[in-house]
Write a protein that binds this ligand. Structure first.
Ligand code: TH1
Length: 837
């Protein structure tokens, strides 16, 4: 639906519309942007100038759809999803926007005619890394799929000035470098200086009489800062729907204290503004919550308050009275990081809009939905009551009242079961009383979901069992998905072209289940050969890039065996290392009959304060240094650590992988999403029955998946009956010799102590049961090698993986949320017709 005069409102430069999609229009606008925005002629432009001009040229074309979408959503009162996430791991924008606009080919041709290399321009983009790993990347995939599925949505989050650190490897150790992603400007965002909200901290609460003589509560904060909106348009694939990602930057309410300045306190004059800006300064680089960090709670409240205030403003401006808020908006909480939004909406409805408790709670409760992403106890957020009292006194009062009413309901339902009341309370009692954010999120939401079938089952039967007893219908599963636009079309153009050519259409890009059509070609020798050629070409690209960035030479003929994800003990990168060491010993002993040449490729960041994870990185590099420099073995195996695993680098890795390592201890990885990205690119998976692996295996067929290890149930059982890792160490001579080799100092220039914390932990505690799964893992790796020797069989398995991976598109996930959780319908935006193409 287009407004009557939308054509006229599109600005024009010369003969072009700034939005035309023809090659001529792109070329002209690119040169215009280079000149008028970067102030450069083509002849003197730097690579970065060229990138900026390309970005602005692309952005102009997004803006048309975006303004149009905003207009339609506003006038039609469309029900809107508000996705609240502390992280968005967006990755580079330019390539995905070109694909989604349908002009990647045209842009290539236009660049060529201008004597430019589009690939080089794309390389110039510095990605916004506003997230740690899976959770932040999921939010980014969901934003893209929301637009593709034409669902009106706003993503809310924090515009961190510094995103996830850049990882360098020095002497085998991880070294963190600050990510100054805004240094050269961000062409994708539009600052909105008029969209600002005040956010309070500290102070006290008080009672007062309102003008009608009623006693009310209010909060008098000690400190007030501002949040200012920065908007990024997110376009759907070949749709005219563009949703909004709105990120908040913290600022002082007054950037300069004249009083202080006039009394000669130059430093004090800007002190408040520095203090305020700290709040959106940096992303916490931890994949689980940072215990007790006051700034983290400030960040959470900051973005949640701005976002809820913004929704209320939008509602009052477009729909009207707040009684219908829950009909207009559904708020999805991406884990508990934004759970304070429940309390903030209550506060605004009660204190600022004078609603009754009953009405405010009814609206709040009907508005929120919550996704849980982890069962790990250390990752379940709690905040000390005393910190809350100091920072958010009014919110603490409201939490107490929510809790009081909630626990009355529990007592009524489960007479005399005080143990249950204790477990379910929003407040954990103990030496230090703490607010349980997950309980708050469950109580405040009408729907709660896990992120894979197994995980959702464990959420319902273990983590939130008491809540599921009370409200069984509140619990759902929505298995995660990833966007095929970024992880297939952009990351792997060769494979995408082969698929399109084979299927005779490119509809699979928006309907990934259509990949099934590939099954008809699985026995076609010609197709198999093309499939192998595509993989080989991607491997060569990676080899070249690795050589340039790390000086490690890999052989594209070898099996590329890849584990790339955050470093964490539960993900068991050390299990993989033990396999590498076993191969090394076998080759040294001349037993190569079970092996195939392999490149072991690792990638991933460790939280800066996570000692054990950093030691695992050091171990990988140490083992690699020995292996790669030993001519006796390096014809068989090589080890490579790909530094700074981020979205951009991941796109080089997925297409080149033959084998995807998904080897977490069963029951620990909620879903995993890398597993889907590898499989989409034709890698076979070796994995445990954990997270989404279970469903991936179901989908691609058990015969096309390398399964090993304990089930979640078996692992739990073993834990209960007493796990004694040293027995495995004593009873399995190969395992013993692998661990002993680490301790011998071979990989550490004779230092027998360096890796002791790791090996001692494995032998004595081994919380993630590496040793219990070691033998099954090695056996399974032998099957992998045997299978790889039969290239045709491997190729067929690879094709089946891609052909049957359709379920794991984030489009499917979004449609499930829309139908079962959000109850929202697509709203189609008609594209404004082109005038010059
Ligand atoms: C991850 C989960 O570990 C992963 O299994 C899942 O696929 C992904 O979320 C998306 O659902 C999580 N990331 C975080 C990050 C923080 C706290 C908890 C989790 S769970 C900061």
């Amino acid at each position: 639906m287009s407004t009557p005069n939308s054509q006229e409102s599109v600005p024009r430069t010369g003969e072009h519309t700034r939005t035309g999609l023809s090659k001529a229009a792109l070329k002209q606008d690119f040169l215009d942007n280079l000149f008028y925005i970067q102030g450069r002629f083509r002849e003197v432009a730097s690579p970065h100038d060229l990138y900026m001009a390309a970005a602005f040229t692309t952005r102009d074309r997004l803006l048309k759809h975006w303004v149009e979408s905003a207009q339609v959503f506003k006038t039609s009162h469309a029900r809107t999803v508000c996705y609240l996430s502390a992280e968005y791991l967006l990755g580079p924008h330019l390539a995905t926007n070109l694909v989604n606009l349908g002009i990647m080919e045209t842009a290539h041709e236009a660049s060529k005619e201008l004597g430019l290399d589009l690939e080089a321009i794309l390389e110039e983009e510095e990605e916004p890394g506003l997230g740690n790993g899976g959770l932040g990347r999921l939010a980014a995939c969901f934003m893209e799929s929301l637009s593709t599925c034409q669902i009106p949505a706003i993503g809310y989050g924090i515009r961190y000035e510094f995103g996830i650190f850049d990882q360098a490897i020095e002497d085998g150790w991880q070294v963190e470098k600050t990510d100054n992603w805004l240094r050269n400007g961000n062409p994708w965002e539009i600052p909105r200086p008029r969209i600002r909200f005040a956010v309070g901290y500290g102070g006290y609460t008080e009672s007062y009489r309102d003008e009608r003589g009623q006693t009310r509560r209010r909060w008098q904060p000690a400190l007030v800062i501002n949040g200012m909106a920065y908007d990024t348009p997110i376009l759907g694939y070949r749709t005219a729907n563009a949703n909004l990602l709105r990120l908040w930057k913290a600022e002082a309410t007054c950037s300069f204290d004249f009083q202080a300045f006039n009394t000669g306190d130059y430093y004090g004059a800007v002190h408040a503004s520095i203090q305020a800006e700290t709040i959106s300064k940096v992303l916490y680089p931890n994949d689980e919550p940072e215990a007790g960090k006051e700034l983290r709670l400030k960040q959470q409240y900051f973005f949640v308050s701005c976002s809820v205030q913004d929704m209320i403003r939008l509602h009052l401006n477009t729909v009207g009275p707040l009684e219908t808020f829950a009909e207009k908006f559904v708020i999805q909480l991406n884990d508990t990081h934004p759970a304070l939004a429940v309390v903030e909406l209550m506060r605004l409805l009660l204190d600022e809009h004078a609603m009754s408790w009953e009405q405010a709670w009814d609206i709040t409760h009907r508005t929120f939905c919550y996704t849980n992403h982890t069962l790990l106890p250390e990752a379940l957020e709690t905040w000390s009551v005393s910190l809350f009292e100091r920072l958010l006194p009014r919110h603490l009062e409201l939490i107490y009242e929510i809790n009081r009413r909630f626990l009355d309901e529990v007592r009524m339902r489960f007479l005399g079961d005080e143990a249950r009341v204790w477990r379910m309370s929003l407040i954990a009692e103990g030496s230090e009383r703490r607010v349980r954010m997950a309980n708050l999120a469950v109580v405040g939401s009408r729907a709660v979901n896990g992120v894979a079938k197994l995980h959702s089952k464990l959420v319902k039967t273990m983590l939130f069992k008491d809540f599921a007893d009370l409200w069984p219908d509140r619990f759902h599963n929505v298995t995660n998905g990833v966007t095929p636009r970024r992880f297939m079309v952009v990351a792997n153009p060769r494979l995408s072209k082969l698929i399109t050519r084979t299927c005779g259409h490119d509809h699979w890009i928006r309907d990934l289940e259509l990949l099934r059509e590939l099954e008809a070609h699985v026995d076609d020798a010609g197709f198999q050969a093309e499939w192998r050629a595509v993989k080989y070409a991607a491997k060569r690209d990676l080899v070249e890039w690795m050589q340039q960035t790390t000086d490690i030479r890999l052989d594209p003929e070898s099996l590329f065996d890849v584990q790339a994800k955050r470093f964490h003990e539960y993900k068991r990168q050390h299990l993989k290392v033990l396999h590498v060491i076993r191969c090394y010993q076998q080759i040294k002993q001349g037993q190569t009959q079970d092996l195939v040449p392999r490149a072991f490729i690792f990638g991933g960041k460790a939280a800066p304060g996570y000692f054990m994870a950093k030691l695992m990185i050091k171990l990988i590099n140490a083992v690699g240094a020995v292996i790669n420099n030993d001519p006796q073995v390096n014809g068989w195996i090589r080890v490579a650590f790909l530094p700074n695993f981020n979205v951009k680098n991941s796109q080089r890795l997925y297409p080149a992988a033959d084998l995807s390592e998904q080897i977490s201890l069963a029951g620990k990885e909620a879903s995993g999403t890398g597993n889907m990205k590898f499989s989409m690119n034709g890698a076979l998976t070796i994995g445990t029955l954990d997270g989404a692996n279970v469903e991936i295996r179901e989908a691609v067929g058990a015969e096309n998946f390398f399964l090993f290890g304990m089930t979640a149930e078996e692992a739990l059982q073993r834990q209960i009956t007493g796990y004694r890792p040293w027995e495995f160490y004593q009873n399995d001579p190969e395992l013993k010799s692998d661990i002993d080799l680490i301790n011998s100092g071979l990989f550490s220039h004779g230092d027998t102590q360096l890796f002791r914390p790791l090996t001692d932990n494995l032998i004595n505690h081994d919380p993630f049961m590496v040793l219990a799964d070691y033998r099954a893992y090695l056996d399974c790796q032998k099957t992998v090698s045997d299978t790889y020797k039969d290239r045709e069989r491997w190729t067929r398995m690879s094709i089946f993986n891609v052909a049957r991976i359709g379920r794991f598109s984030s489009d499917r996930a979004i449609r499930e949320y829309a139908e079962h959780i959000w109850k929202v319908e697509p709203r189609v935006i008609d594209p404004v017709t082109e005038v010059d193409s």
